[in-house]
Design a protein around this ligand. Structure first.
Ligand code: C2E
Ligand code: MG
Ligand code: MG
Ligand code: MG
Length: 286
């Protein structure tokens, strides 16, 4: 629960936020978010991506959560947009990248299989100077191989396609980092843009996966995205896979990797490590 005093002393701020359609909750979140990083309230959860053929762990995605002292675990959809509006996304993203690399390097050093870790980027980060330098410095700091890092961007960033974004992605990619397009199919990127774009992975949006194999349109779209990706030599990942039927459909249509609750929910670091070790044991070749 939040109390009136958490909303800030300034009533005007509250009313203007209200008039702008912001809720009191988002106002409380905004003021808290400024301190969340310093107070160590952010945490990463990890979700596996598995090889669609054998279920073996092929990678993982780091997903940020906020352990709010009063509101409990706040999902990113409730504070990432706010962080983007306020510019707090920059320090927040820096924390996420560092923590993901730190954790992964620790796991690799402890004998964890060297699979990719994916981190979500925000459009705002391409506006700031020094994104590439920051990424390279973070990898170096933790001694993590660039080939173990994947950066997820959304279609709107592809659309923006400014010279700057394009160059930054090309530079990151030439160091061995993989670039993935997240939530593919719901944005407005055109196929011609995709062709020009330096991208390694396409993540098919969950909205297409939800009703396969039953829904003929979604099945056709998913099939077409996979076929197109193959021609472009791009790896496909299906998001939001919750049933064996979805998995089987995707596997039969040539989708490379599967991400979703059916195999693995986003887990805290400890629980994820346990999942990964068990997965390795169960799927080890005889
Ligand atoms: P996303 O990058 O597309 O991440 C996938 C989201 O789908 C995650 O939600 C994940 O928990 C959820 N998901 C995975 N499998 C399933 C499934 O089988 N069924 C259903 N219903 N959902 C599934 P989450 O963690 O709430 O993250 C939401 C979004 O917030 C992410 O979407 C991403 O756009 C953003 N986000 C998360 N972490 C970060 C971050 O560190 N930085 C930035 N800039 N954005 C982030
Ligand atoms: Mg993502
Ligand atoms: Mg996604
Ligand atoms: Mg999403």
């Amino acid at each position: 629960m939040y109390r009136a005093k958490d909303l800030g002393k300034n009533r005007y701020e509250f009313y203007s936020a209200w008039m702008n359609g912001h809720s009191a909750r988002s106002l409380a979140l905004e003021s808290g978010l400024r301190r969340a990083i310093e107070r160590n309230e952010l945490a990463l959860h990890y979700q596996a991506k598995v090889d669609s053929h054998n279920g073996r762990i092929a990678g993982m995605e780091a997903l940020v959560r906020w352990r709010h002292p009063e509101l409990g675990l706040v999902p990113p959809d409730q504070f990432i947009p706010l962080a983007e509006e306020t510019g707090l996304i920059v320090p927040l993203s820096r924390w996420v990248l560092n923590e993901a690399c730190r954790q992964h390097a620790e796991w690799v050093n402890a004998g964890f299989p060297p699979v990719r870790i994916a981190v979500n980027l925000s459009a705002r980060q391409f506006v700031e100077d020094g994104l590439c330098e920051e990424v390279f410095a973070t990898l170096a700091l933790h001694g993590l191989d660039a080939r173990l890092l994947e950066l997820e961007i959304t279609e709107s960033m592809v659309m923006a396609n400014t010279e700057r974004t394009f160059e930054a992605l090309a530079r990151l990619r030439s160091s061995g980092i993989r670039i993935a397009i997240d939530d593919f199919g719901v944005g407005y990127s055109s196929l011609s843009q995709l062709k020009q774009f330096p991208v390694d992975v396409i993540k098919i949006d969950r909205s297409f996966i939800r009703d396969i194999p039953g829904d003929p349109s979604d099945a056709a779209i998913t099939d077409a995205i996979i076929a197109m990706s193959k021609r472009l030599k791009v790896i496909t990942v299906a998001e939001g896979v919750e049933t064996p039927h979805q998995w089987h459909f995707l596997r039969e249509h040539g989708c490379d990797e599967i991400q979703g609750y059916y195999f693995c929910k986003p887990l805290e670091a400890q629980a994820f490590l346990a999942y990964a070790l068990k997965n390795m044991e169960e799927t080890a070749p005889a």
